[in-house]
Design a binder for this molecule. Structure first.
Ligand SMILES: Cc1ncc(COP(=O)(O)O)c(C=O)c1O
Ligand SMILES: [Zn+2]
Length: 402
């Protein structure tokens, strides 16, 4: 495992030390301060082939995403088996693969970022972590904090999927349900963190959730034979996974581990009920503006103003990709289509991606033969109450009536 050389500000490129816990850049000339990215000296890996370095010793703590420990911080992992999720081939679409992140502990890709962030929190000796969450990050934090013996303080909207409330409570986290959105939760964490001695691990306000999620980029390239696909579809709330994957592509190229080719088009998918990034993309804006009255049953996409909006937009544009929004009706239709015809139970967030894929095939932006990776970021099973309501499904009584 490499030592961290420094943390680099994504805006002003200042270098900060990783010897003590850091949040966002303290040297940015103006607000919002830039997120910090972890930089390593990887020169000892120059000229290596990935199969010489990756996956030789994947037993014990080095299974899952920790197979990439040669490009992760030098630490003792807090792990529950996250990462190395299946890459499923679509039965119906020749070029389409589904990255099944529902197979992670706590049923979503949030496990990767929180495993890494909690690992580093334990490494730094932090005792109390706080997070505002749309739901799944809360569940993942609760699990990893329990595994590490650290306190978790969670703020999430009152109407999150019930599974998020139940899991966070079962793992013993301090849970506060908030009458509002993730932005209101973030404000509450901000107001109280100093007094309470909490370390804030909000998306992109500390460097290590991105570092965990970057393993999705390594994994998809490895699972496709160290080659890029033509496009990656990602359901975008805070955008951490998309930013993390782009960082992985940069590193893979620096290491010479990916066959030369064009980077994938990054397709950021949102719901028409909360689409700040898609709107900013359409308007040619550099950053998003606050989305009013955000409402969608894809609860992970209810982020009215992502902290990393400028980074997401830069990446989508640099990749010649798109940011677009689909309606909740399209999401539900696509969720049922993939469940019935492919046997894959997408989360609503994941089904936003399949709906967007259908649209981009129909309008010719993509061809059926293009290789695409569709991220199912969470298991449909975490959304039983939400999906049942959208399907107007209730438990039949013993006379068989709803
Ligand atoms: C299942 C699911 N998909 C996607 C997202 C959005 O993730 P990101 O914040 O990385 O954009 C979330 C966030 O809560 C989520 O829970
Ligand atoms: Zn800065």
């Amino acid at each position: 495992m490499p030592k961290i050389a420094y943390l680099e500000c994504s805006r002003c490129h200042a270098r900060l030390s990783a010897d003590t816990p850091q949040t966002v850049c303290t040297l940015c000339p103006d607000q919002p301060a830039g997120s910090l990215f972890v930089r390593y000296d990887l020169s000892h890996l120059a000229g290596t082939r990935p199969d010489e370095v990756i996956g030789r010793d994947v037993a014990g703590p080095w299974s899952g995403m920790w197979r990439y420990r040669s490009v992760l911080p030098e630490v003792d992992p807090v792990t529950l088996g996250e990462g190395w999720t299946p890459m499923l081939r679509s039965k119906r679409h020749a070029g389409a693969f589904v990255k099944e992140e529902g197979a992670n502990p706590t049923g979503t890709f949030k496990a990767r970022g929180l495993a890494m962030a909690v690992t580093m929190a334990r490494h730094y000796g932090l005792r109390k972590l706080a997070v505002p969450s749309a739901g799944n990050a809360a569940g993942a934090l609760a699990a990893y904090a329990a595994a590490a013996g650290i306190e978790a303080h969670i703020f999430m909207p009152r109407d999150v999927p019930f599974a998020n409330y139940v899991e966070a409570t079962a793992y013993g986290a301090h849970v506060e349900l908030v009458n509002g959105l993730i932005s209101d939760c973030a404000r509450m964490v901000n107001e109280r963190k100093e007094r309470e001695g909490w370390f804030d691990i909000s998306s992109l306000k500390e460097p290590f959730r991105v570092e965990g999620k970057k393993t999705m980029g390594y994994e998809l390239v490895e699972q496709l034979g160290w080659e890029y696909p033509d496009a990656v579809f990602y359901p975008t709330g805070g955008g951490v996974g998309l930013i993390g994957m782009w960082k992985a592509f940069e590193e893979l190229e620096q290491l010479g581990w990916v066959k030369p080719g064009r980077r994938p088009k990054m397709i950021a998918v949102q719901s028409t009920g909360c689409a700040p990034v898609a709107r900013a993309f359409d308007e040619g804006a550099k950053a998003s503006s606050m989305w009013q009255n955000a409402a969608t049953f894809a609860s992970g996409l209810r982020v009215p103003k992502p902290y990393g909006d400028a980074l997401i937009l830069d990446i989508v544009r640099a990749s010649e990709g798109l940011a677009l929004a689909v309606s909740d009706e399209e999401i539900l239709r696509s969720l049922l289509d993939w469940a019935r015809n492919e046997g894959i139970f997408f989360s609503p967030e994941g089904a936003s991606v399949t709906a967007a894929y259908d649209r981009l095939l129909a309008d010719g932006f993509l061809k059926p033969s293009d290789r695409v990776v569709l991220f199912n970021t969470g298991a449909g099973l975490k959304y039983i109450d939400v999906i049942a309501e959208a399907m107007k499904l209730t438990r039949p009584n013993d006379a068989g009536q709803n």
